[in-house]
Design a protein around this ligand. Structure first.
Ligand code: FE2
Length: 386
């Protein structure tokens, strides 16, 4: 019964009815970044974020124009891809956007049907259904454009038993730093331009059958200086969540505008990865050199027990440990969540990561937006982009 009630609260009952589920998604398959130097980026993700060597494709496997390193940590798979010659179109992407997310790949039962259903509803084609084979079977992939130059690739791997995808070989490395406890991708956020949020909300509804299950307007997401708006899109089974942000007018420049200026267009703003023990994970990440946005003030933590009690929850973690690490807390009727945000992970102030531990709450930390955005503004101030 309790579960049914939750579904009503979040409007998910209608989604679970499946009336629109022409695009059943099994989960996130992989996230592919286009980067200037995949070898060095792979070292960073292993050393700093605890990702494990998984698969490789490059000159040694017969790939002449690009190289890809696949990294894994529990259910998460990242691909880091770089061009090997000036002729590769990947160069154009890197010149324009810097290092960034090119592909958010979704795991499906049927990549041909996913392509047909989405393109007939208006999606722009990126890759027609393509069968790739090796001695371990076959994978079918197809792809469509979403916001900016970002794409969704549908991956059908039910007839494949190989390591990753045909063309890749297992990547055995002698350098294997320990994982930091990252489990799966909780959500991935896109930044789009002025007045474009609702365009992309409608696109996810019409083309992919998603539903808008939470919305935040510029009055909820505002500081003294800047503002943004956000709507969270979810697929039918709730496994895929894509919040979409657009800038809003404020006294100074919104962080979304700063992103759009430096990414030179819409793109993925942050990837939220889940952990079951955020204190251990963040302690480890900090030791490994990951930089986080600055810590909220002490008063923030003094108010936490009261904020949780308002929703009848009791914090299970040690508040001093959370404060020492700068981890933020938010609560709703169902539970609470713990979260922290890294600084951008490249020189352009674009993509960053969120580390999140859900203790029942299904929100996105709305109660922390103000503290978070003030922290981002302090960074913008230093960059001269506020
Ligand atoms: Fe987030």
């Amino acid at each position: 019964m309790a579960k049914d009630k939750q579904n009503v609260d979040y409007g998910l009952e209608k989604i679970f009815a499946g009336a629109q589920d022409f695009l059943p998604l099994l989960g996130t398959d992989y996230v592919e970044f286009y980067v200037g130097n995949a070898k060095q980026a792979a070292h960073f993700y292993k050393t700093a974020f605890g990702f494990q060597s998984f698969a490789y494709r490059g000159l040694e496997t017969g790939s002449k124009d690009s190289v890809s390193y696949v990294l894994t940590q529990d259910k998460i798979k990242l691909i880091l891809t770089s061009p090997l010659t000036s002729k590769s179109p990947i160069n154009d992407h890197i010149v324009k956007h810097g290092d960034g997310v090119k592909v958010v790949a979704l795991w499906v039962e049927d990549a041909r049907s996913a392509y047909e259903e989405t393109t007939k509803r208006g999606a722009k084609s990126y890759m027609e259904p393509t069968v790739e084979k090796d001695e371990f079977g076959e994978v079918v992939r197809s792809g469509i454009y979403t916001y900016g130059e970002t794409v969704h690739i549908f991956v059908e791997r039910k007839n494949y038993t190989g390591t990753f995808l045909p063309g890749f070989k297992a990547w055995e490395s002698d350098y294997n730093p320990e994982p930091v406890g990252l489990k799966y991708i909780d959500h991935m956020v896109g930044n789009v331009g002025w007045n474009e949020m609702n365009v992309w909300v409608k696109w996810y509804e019409d083309v992919m059958g998603f539903e808008n299950f939470l919305s935040f307007d510029d009055k909820q997401i505002t500081t003294e200086y800047s503002a943004l708006m956000s709507k969270v899109m979810s697929n039918g089974n709730g496994r895929i969540k894509f919040p979409i942000n657009e800038p809003a007018k404020g006294k100074k420049k919104s962080q979304i505008e700063e992103y759009l200026d430096f990414y030179e267009g819409p793109g993925v703003q942050h990837i939220a990865v889940a952990t079951n023990d955020i204190i251990a994970t963040v302690t480890d990440l900090r030791k490994r050199g990951i930089e986080f946005l600055s810590t909220p003030p002490v008063e923030y933590y003094t108010n936490v027990p009261k904020r949780l009690l308002e929703h009848n929850h009791e914090l299970r973690e040690d508040i001093d440990a959370l404060m020492a690490l700068g981890i933020m807390i938010d609560a709703d009727e169902e539970g609470y969540l713990l979260q922290i945000f890294t600084k951008p992970i490249e020189d352009r102030p674009t993509l960053f990561f969120e580390i999140i531990q859900r203790m029942g709450a299904r929100g996105f930390g709305a109660g922390n937006f103000k503290a978070l955005f003030e922290a981002i503004e302090r960074e913008q101030e230093k960059r001269g982009t506020l």
